[in-house]
Ligand binder design. Structure first.
Ligand SMILES: [Fe+2]
Ligand SMILES: [Fe+2]
Length: 173
């Protein structure tokens, strides 16, 4: 890494930042795949709205993986080279979709986002005033993860409400 670029990191080892970023990198790939496959298998009421949301999130997670990889390289590190390592280093793991019902899929996805929010909050705290470039990147990603959680919860509420209204109107028949 360029010497001046490295000299602006203070009070934290670049190696430690790389280690933590690689854990986040593993999370992003697993999260990307989770959304990718959920979008394919999801079933149930209002599934088109879910498909559009899940596909958008998949693209965002892939973009996050790219942002994190670029920073790891800048810091003189190497992004995890083997997908097997994703499971070893991931903070949030991988929730295999077992129930394809839209509400179950959304619940899994919300849990994943909540874990991502916790992970990036820690990274923001850790790099604040120490590694401003990483701080900026993890702050941007954190904002996206907060938005992801919000979008999924809103969709979950819309569907729950819709089902409730449907049941109520059917009872009137
Ligand atoms: Fe992400
Ligand atoms: Fe996300």
């Amino acid at each position: 890494m360029a010497r001046v670029g490295k000299s602006i990191i203070k009070g934290i080892e670049a190696k430690e930042v790389v280690r933590l970023l690689n854990k986040a990198y593993a999370d992003e790939w697993l999260s990307f795949y989770q959304y990718y496959i959920e979008e394919k298998v999801v079933k149930g009421i209002m599934k088109d709205a879910a498909i559009a949301e899940l596909a958008q999130h998949a693209q965002d997670e892939l973009r996050h993986a790219d942002m994190v990889a670029q920073r790891i390289l800048q810091l003189g590190g190497t992004p995890l080279l083997n997908p097997k390592e994703w499971f070893v280093h991931s903070n949030c793991g991988y929730e295999e979709p077992k129930n394809f019902d839209i509400l179950a899929i959304l619940e899994d996805a919300i849990k994943g986002e909540q874990c991502a929010i916790r992970t990036y909050s820690e990274l923001v705290e850790l790099t604040r005033n120490k590694d401003i470039v990483t701080y900026d990147i993890v702050s941007q990603i954190l904002a996206d993860e907060v938005e992801h959680e919000e979008d999924l919860v809103a969709l979950q509420e819309d569907i729950t409400e819709f089902v409730k209204e449907l049941k109520a109107s059917m009872q009137k028949l």
